[in-house]
Design a protein around this ligand. Structure first.
Ligand code: UDP
Length: 356
């Protein structure tokens, strides 16, 4: 589909930036929409690239930006766990209400919607409710998250962390219904912890607040402070490098017949570790990259002290990627230590610890 025009809403963010560069290199035209252009500023003179600076809540400019585009990649979202509990209305607004005009504009203008949801719609795993040593918990079938068969298990109302997952889930259901009842052409991506250069921010260096785990750990490494392990670092995640993830996304754009009307998990099932293990990997990568030892180690922090009331963790997220493998011919390739090293190296560049 090279030559087609792709509108990236949230094109200045971590995923949008990487996706836009890859699409340009494959001959697509990219119209990038964001309030912030700092990641994509160097692309301003690149043939085929256009940046429009506005807030996606501006419906007039939104419809104009989508006009003439073949595909709309919708990445604009407030997606940081520290905000789900503290700015719950903004979380729901950004992940549901503000996305409705995007759906309507795509339907009215006949553009394909490539919507970025989240693996968090699955919530907790069935296995996570069983005792640690039970056979039910050990059975991978109760852990693996599959697009068409896994339940979506969110917590009670006072656990406000789930506001994000609930908003994303309702949006997925809206998109599916728009397709079935009104002819919207759609594909939904469920990202499983994408990592890579430019993800989030380092507090006090290029942003403020509490970023996601890799940036928190990188920040502690750079400051020479212990890495904070929430509730002992027992929660598990799989991480996929952004280059692998973008490869899957471009295949969805290239193959409308395979991707239309489907949800895809995008993650790396073999890249799993608990957060204590991730901290060890990051310390090792820091020592290798800087050539100096790291003494402070880790410290345990209580989830509600770290995030405030309302937080509850996802226990585990292992994607079943059979669908992406089969329909897109996609295979994630970058192993976890390498993905961690590349991500950390970029943070060290941003902080001036290594040359940028
Ligand atoms: N976490 C941690 N230390 C931190 C930040 C996060 O141990 O400094 C944990 C968090 O409690 C969760 C995991 O790391 O278990 C991943 O959190 P993240 O914020 O990256 O987002 P999530 O994967 O939950 O969407």
């Amino acid at each position: 589909m090279g030559g087609a025009t792709i509108c990236i809403l949230g094109g200045g963010g971590f995923i949008g930036n990487h996706l836009g560069r890859r699409l340009l290199s494959e001959g697509y035209r990219v119209r990038s929409v964001d309030r912030d252009d700092h990641r994509v500023r160097d692309l301003s003179d690149r043939a085929g690239f256009e940046f429009r600076r506005f807030d996606v809540r501006d419906e007039g400019r939104l419809a104009a930006a989508i006009h003439g585009c073949d595909v709309v990649a919708h990445l604009s979202s407030l997606c940081n766990p520290s905000l789900y509990t503290t700015r719950t209305l903004d979380t729901i607004g950004s992940n549901y209400t503000q996305a409705l005009p995007v759906i309507a504009a795509c339907r009215e203008q006949g553009a394909r919607l490539l919507h970025f949801s989240t693996c968090e719609v699955y919530g907790r795993t069935l296995a996570g409710f069983a005792p640690d040593d039970s056979s039910f918990r050990q059975d991978p079938a109760n852990t693996l998250l599959s697009e068409e068969s896994s339940p979506m298990l969110l917590g009670p109302l006072h656990r406000t962390r789930w506001s994000y997952a609930a908003a994303k889930q309702l949006l997925e259901r809206t998109i599916e219904a728009e397709g079935r009842e009104r002819g919207l052409s759609w594909t939904i991506v469920r990202p499983f912890n994408f990592i890579g250069p430019g993800m989030d921010f380092l507090p006090g260096v290029d942003g403020e607040g509490l970023p996601r785990v890799m940036a928190c750990f990188a920040s502690a490494l750079i400051r020479g402070e212990p890495l904070p392990l929430v509730d002992g670092g027992r929660a598990r995640r799989t991480f996929v490098h952004i280059d692998d993830a973008v490869d899957a996304i471009v295949r969805m754009i290239d193959r409308p017949g395979a991707s239309a009307g489907r949800v895809f998990n995008v993650g790396h099932p073999e890249n799993e570790c608990d957060m204590a293990g991730l901290a060890r990997l990051m310390i090792r990568a820091f020592e290798e990259l800087t050539g100096r030892g790291f003494g402070p180690g880790v410290k345990e922090v209580v989830a509600e002290d770290f995030y405030g009331p309302g937080y509850e963790d996802c226990d585990r997220r292992v994607p079943d990627i059979t669908r992406a493998r089969t329909l897109l011919g996609w295979e994630p390739r970058i192993p976890l230590p390498e993905a961690v090293k590349r991500t950390l190296s970029a943070y060290l560049g941003t902080a001036g610890v290594l040359p940028a």
